[in-house]
Design a binder for this molecule. Structure first.
Ligand SMILES: O=C(O)CCC(=O)C(=O)O
Length: 311
């Protein structure tokens, strides 16, 4: 095997990522960088106008995943999705808008200077993408601030990211940066270590021909391998850590019933053509005005990591 010189990660970190399917890098962003993102997120929440908002809730279940036009055309915009519990039966907000938003998405990494700086303009992110060699030529395709509001922060059920950001072959890679302390009480992420090695992508989240979104089965029901065995590991985090998430690893986060918010910034990369196909069925579509940006601006990786093959 060719000897690869690592610039940002250690060999142990690379090995751990491919073994567990995720990796936490403590103190990835400086306290000032992290604080700037948190301040900007709060500013966005305070500037957002609820008057002309369709009151789109962010729901994640198998049968009722959000899929309206406000969501489907959010890839090249900065839009606001509300916590389910923040809207009453008459469709009115039950709390101030700043405490009602579940997440802000999906074009922050392109459009907002503070978020762009830590994503597309960040040499450390490029260094990680280079060292991990998960992709030949990664593109960044979406970003979100997930607010996980105090008391009502919604659960994110068990899933893997390649279901939602599907390529053939699957190639999603998540970058998840807590902007506040994450604990068992306020909905820290947890992972099923190694599940990326045995849990194939069985379905994909698509735009339905009749409108809205749904799931398309990739493996006929009954033919998928059994759910991987093992115990979930809670990954408590400090603000500014970076968690790398393999697109096939199973992970989730619980409801936040605590008095503390749990803001996090996350974005995803996928492999680009000709190494993987991203098709028109995906809910998220690049637009002529805002195509997906290449991450490695000084050329693709010559080869991918031998363990980057997807189940
Ligand atoms: O932030 C969370 O609670 C969930 C994030 C997540 O699972 C994801 O981005 O894939």
């Amino acid at each position: 095997m060719t000897n690869i010189t690592l610039q940002y990660l250690t060999q142990e970190q690379v090995d751990q990522f491919y073994r567990d399917g995720y990796l936490r890098l403590p103190h990835f962003l400086s306290p000032d960088e992290t604080e700037a993102l948190l301040t900007r997120a709060r500013q966005l929440l305070s500037d957002f106008s609820v008057e002309d908002h369709p009151l789109t809730k962010f729901t994640t279940g198998d049968d009722n995943h959000v899929g309206d036009d406000y969501f489907l055309t959010s890839g090249d915009k900065i839009r606001y999705f509300l916590e389910e519990e923040a809207i009453d039966k008459d469709g009115k907000l039950t709390r101030p808008k700043e405490k009602a938003v579940n997440k802000i998405g999906h074009g922050l990494h392109e459009l907002d200077p503070a978020y762009r700086k830590v994503t597309l303009e960040n040499p450390a992110i490029k260094g990680v993408a280079r060292d991990l060699r998960f992709h030949h030529d990664p593109v960044a395709l979406q970003s979100m601030v997930i607010c996980k509001q105090q008391h009502i922060g919604g659960e994110v059920p068990e899933h893997n990211d390649s279901t939602f950001l599907y390529t053939d072959p699957p190639s999603a890679l998540g970058f998840w940066i807590p902007l506040e302390k994450c604990t068992a009480e306020n909905g820290a992420l947890s992972f099923l270590p190694g599940s990326h090695l045995t849990a194939p992508i069985t379905k994909r989240f698509v735009r339905l021909p009749q409108g809205g979104t749904g799931f398309e089965e990739l493996i006929p029901p009954g033919q998928a391998p059994a759910h991987p065995e093992g115990k979930y590991t809670l990954e408590a985090c400090e603000p500014g850590d970076l968690v790398l998430i393999h697109g096939s690893v199973l992970h989730k986060s619980e409801k936040n019933r605590s008095p503390a918010t749990r803001f996090a910034y996350t974005f995803h990369m996928i492999e680009s053509a000709p190494h993987a196909v991203y098709d028109a069925k995906n809910w998220l579509q690049p637009t002529p005005a805002l195509p997906f940006s290449r991450v490695l601006d000084d050329g693709p990786n010559a080869s991918v990591h031998p363990a980057a093959g997807r189940v």
